[in-house]
Design a protein around this ligand. Structure first.
Ligand SMILES: Cc1cc2nc3c(=O)[nH]c(=O)nc-3n(C[C@H](O)[C@H](O)[C@H](O)COP(=O)(O)OP(=O)(O)OC[C@H]3O[C@@H](n4cnc5c(N)ncnc54)[C@H](O)[C@@H]3O)c2cc1C
Length: 389
């Protein structure tokens, strides 16, 4: 993304409004989001009204054009609330807008940016039943038929899948694997296209209200104008570039939620008494609180450093991987400490510590598992070393 962003004063005012919205509207709506397993309609309408789905649409297409660093500050704030809310909008503002901005044709930008500005829920469809980390091993086929493509395949664990208004689907346009993964192409497909169907909401460990599901393509026939960028073989590159931003966004989410979790642990520690005094007075409890604060601060510094570089237009794949690994591993540690500080209550579903523990676990898995990102980081270190000798 090369957006220059809002001026500082306008952005700060927006962030203040957003912070209030998160605390006064989203947090109180959490029980309803869990109950309905999605963002309740009235809250979704308010999020759309605030323009949250189009935040990163470039100014030349009528959007506010937030810069990467501004956008990540927004995610840090939204992530204070349960993951359901961020999940509904952040595919649109993140991976989808980045892919469109970088690689869509002018016609595709004119078609899809207005949809995002109107609050469209969108989906990024890469993972399949037999390919996740090995994403280029996908089987979904797109076969050219005159001025059309015909797609067949199944996409798995797709965020917002059951509620998507349009889908960016990665499919192979060559039966053979090609160098540079040029067998993968991207396709923009509106919901309601004949042959495209969606599965039920997956039953997950946590993150209730942030939905995933299958997206099934059976002889889905779309005009060739739906091929992202109008060129075959560029889909994988687009996906990887978009995922750099996606990883920063997951890191920001993990940090924002960790702030909430630590606030909860701190409040409980000051209220709960043992041996006649608040447990926050015990040094071993203090160590858990302090370690959490130290790690959140470190993660914020890493995130903001990578975000500034990305906003300058630098490619930040390695540092995005570093901060995603650090922040996601951190969030699960902080959630674990929160359970510990709550004691027995931390294990009871009646208290929020239990759901924090379940909600944070996935940050270490999606948009690149910790292991895959360790490989990415180490490979780039070896490459840099080889180039320097
Ligand atoms: C809640 C949720 C939302 C999601 N949303 C989306 C979405 O919107 N769109 C989408 O396309 N996908 C989505 N996914 C899929 C997600 O990106 C994948 O689950 C993830 O990339 C891991 O792939 P996998 O599940 O196939 O695991 P696998 O690739 O089977 O990995 C299994 C284990 O093997 C390890 N492993 C694999 N290869 C290597 C290697 N080379 N070296 C070392 N270790 C390795 C992994 O780290 C992991 O521990 C979502 C998943 C979840 C859980």
């Amino acid at each position: 993304m090369s957006n220059t962003g809002l001026d500082a004063e306008t952005f700060d005012a927006f962030l203040d409004t957003l912070k209030r919205f998160v605390r006064e509207r989203l947090v109180p709506a959490e029980p309803r989001a869990f109950e309905e397993d999605f963002v309740p309609d009235d809250i979704l309408a308010e999020m759309r009204e605030m323009g949250l789905f189009g935040l990163t649409v470039p100014a030349e297409y009528g959007g506010p054009g937030l810069s990467v660093d501004q956008y990540l500050e927004v995610i840090l704030e939204i992530a204070w609330a349960a993951p359901a809310f961020r999940s509904a909008m952040a595919i649109s503002t993140g991976i989808i807008t980045t892919a469109l901005t970088l690689d869509a044709t002018e016609e595709q930008k004119r078609e899809y940016f207005p949809k995002l500005l109107n609050g469209a829920i969108s989906c990024f469809c890469l993972t399949e039943p037999d390919s996740g980390s090995d994403s280029a091993g996908l089987k979904t086929r797109a076969v050219k038929d005159g001025d059309y493509y015909v797609l067949n395949g199944t996409k798995r664990y797709i965020t917002n899948g059951p509620k998507g208004e349009f889908y960016l689907v990665m499919a192979r346009t060559s039966a053979e694997n090609l160098p540079g993964n040029r067998h993968v192409s991207g396709f923009l497909i509106p919901a309601g296209t004949p042959g495209l169907s969606v599965g039920k909401h997956d039953k997950k460990m946590g993150q209730r209200g942030a939905i995933t599901g299958d997206v099934i393509l059976e002889d889905v026939r779309i005009p060739a104008s739906g091929l992202l960028g109008g060129v075959e073989g560029t889909g994988f590159k687009t996906a990887m570039k978009a995922l750099d931003g996606g990883r920063l966004s997951v890191a920001a989410t993990a940090i924002g939620y960790s702030r909430r979790i630590l606030a909860s642990a701190l409040k409980y520690a000051t209220e709960r008494k043992a041996f006649g005094e608040p447990i926050s007075g015990f040094q071993l409890v203090q160590a858990m609180l302090a370690d959490s604060r130290i790690e959140i601060y470190a993660a914020e510094c890493m995130l903001r450093d990578a975000a500034k570089a990305a906003a300058r237009g630098e490619r930040v794949s390695t540092n995005a991987a570093c901060v995603k690994v650090f922040a996601s591993e951190m969030a699960t540690k902080i959630a674990d400490r929160c359970v510990q500080i709550y004691g027995g209550a931390g294990y009871m579903a009646e208290y929020e510590a239990e759901r924090f523990y379940r909600d944070t676990r996935v940050y270490r898995i999606y948009e690149g598992t910790t292991q895959i990102l360790q490989v990415v980081i180490a490979k780039s270190m070896v490459k840099e070393f080889a180039a320097a000798v």
